[in-house]
Design a protein around this ligand. Sequence first.
Ligand SMILES: Nc1ncnc2c1ncn2[C@@H]1O[C@H](COP(=O)(O)OP(=O)(O)OP(=O)(O)O)[C@@H](O)[C@H]1O
Length: 271
Amino acid sequence: MVHAGGLVSAGEAVVRVRGLVNRFGAQVVHDGLDLDVRKGEILGVVGGSGSGKSVLMRSIIGLRTPDAGEIEVLGVDARSDEPENRLYVERNSGVLFQDGALFSSLTVGENVEVPLKEHHPDLPEDLRRELALLKVKLAGLPADAFDKLPSQLSGGMRKRAGLARALALDPPLLFLDEPTAGLDPIGASAFDELILTLREALGLTVFIITHDLDTLYAVCDRIAVIADRRVVATDTVERIERFDHPWVQDYFNGPRGRAARQAGRRTAGEP
Ligand SMILES: Nc1ncnc2c1ncn2[C@@H]1O[C@H](COP(=O)(O)OP(=O)(O)OP(=O)(O)O)[C@@H](O)[C@H]1O
């Protein structure tokens, strides 16, 4: 059945996952995983390597058909076979993959124009170009990056180009897979700032997979922890760091966790 979608008020779940099961042969990655992403929040998704963060994201955005469970995106059944539902989810979800996933033979501008061409084929060429340029600037790139190839950009600029493409269709939902991986600390905190600014300016809901503790403290409203094939806790970072689970304790209370916590509190103006 095709739903109208989009009728979600502030604080309500814009992404709702229930009883998700994903298997690869004998390996069970998710077994009854539940998750809500609330409208307007920045949700950080953490978990050990191989815990199934990317598989969860791929399931939500429709790149993988799970073995069982329900997934609703903006009130629409994302698992439906209806092409309209799939298209609806695709149009409303901007995705930045870990490696940026840019077409290497296309310029930054042409990369950003790809989703516009696909979803709005009747848009006049000059308008499409103008919209793409706007997204490039919105992602914090200088205008002259527009005509460059991805190989001519730094790693941080490539991430921004991927972000510009993710924003091409003005999606209300943004999915980021390890956006700060591979960036130096200054580049990473600039990217964190950009995410906060964009959420504020565009009213986005953001789902971020990250290993970056600084990002969790600086940017995320809530954290979802994946362990033991499920989401074992979803809460503010201050509550999560006290959550009694061996992985959580190792992660948040190891030396890097302590340093990130102190830095996060300094940023928030606490002693
Ligand atoms: N297409 C696939 N075929 C077989 N196994 C897969 C496939 N995709 C993922 N997996 C397996 O599923 C598990 C979860 O993978 P996933 O990429 O979601 O982990 P992750 O939590 O994102 O890890 P990392 O933090 O290392 O990126 C891994 O054991 C992985 O090998």
